[in-house]
Design a protein around this ligand. Structure first.
Ligand code: 13P
Length: 258
């Protein structure tokens, strides 16, 4: 099965010039096979990168979105971006529920649920991030993820139909994200267990849509092989390493497993 590798640039790089250069490095990669590459860039770089992406096979993602799709003349949400704005610009994916937004910006499961619904309605593909803040035991982690999925996907897909490939679940244990204190990647074995758990949990709800489940948290070219060699782990969400030359190496490794 083709793997998907998603770069989450977070709040970087600091200038449009650097964003262009960084994107160019990835766009140069030849023979992508079926490996899908997505770059989640800050809103203000998306338009330029969409134009650049037309010459490559790279797709663009936003890192967040609001839960409203106001009609013309509406839109009393200063500073926010709607799903329709992203869709009309040519953005294909949107990351929703990243742990940094949950923690630092107090995003709740209810807000995340509304964002997913509005994005699905607008025809965007959703990358929903879930992950436990601490790993005491796998059992506790599974419980935590189950609750997040239940709340974040409430009413979906029963009331809001999803298209095939419209939902990706990124399993990102918060403690494994490189910017957190004492962060280290999860072991491929544990990530595999969690991936299988998520897939089994979603199976009755998402019928035959088979959402992809990918891993995120301190992914680098040194450890990605351990994750991707498991068929069930269908890709990676890459933070820090996506801003360095390591990202090209990561993609090259993913090509072997696609
Ligand atoms: P790192 O790859 O830097 O750990 O970040 C993971 C992440 O938060 C991607 O969304």
């Amino acid at each position: 099965m083709p793997k998907i590798i998603i770069a989450n640039w977070k709040m970087a790089p600091p200038s449009l010039q650097e964003a262009k250069k960084l994107f160019g490095e990835t766009a140069k990669i030849k023979n992508l096979n079926d490996t899908e590459i997505v770059v989640a860039a800050p809103f203000i770089y998306l338009e330029l990168l969409i134009n650049l992406s037309k010459k490559s096979k790279i797709k663009l993602a936003a890192q967040d979105v609001l839960w409203e799709n106001p009609p013309v003349g509406g839109g009393a949400y200063t500073g926010e971006i709607s799903p329709n704005m992203l869709k009309n610009l040519g953005v294909e994916y949107v990351i929703i529920g990243h742990s940094e937004r949950r923690q630092n910006l107090k995003e709740t499961d209810e807000m995340i649920n509304k964002k997913i619904i509005a994005s699905v309605k607008a025809g965007l593909k959703v990358i929903l991030c879930v992950g436990e803040p601490k790993r005491n035991s796998i059992k506790q982690a599974k419980n935590y993820i189950k609750k997040q999925l239940e709340k974040d996907l409430k009413g979906i897909p029963n009331n809001y139909k999803l298209k095939t490939n419209q939902l990706i679940i990124a399993y990102e244990p918060v403690w494994a994200i490189s910017t957190n204190k004492n962060a280290k990647p999860d072991t491929p074995e544990n990530a595999l267990q969690m991936t299988k758990f998520i897939k089994n949990f979603l199976k009755p709800k998402t019928y035959n849509l088979k959402p992809k489940v990918i891993y995120g948290g301190s992914v680098s070219s040194k450890n990605i092989e351990g994750f991707l060699r498991h068929e069930e782990i269908e890709g990676a969400l890459v933070g820090g390493a996506s801003l360095t030359s390591d990202f090209v190496k990561i993609i090259k490794i993913a090509q072997k497993y696609s």
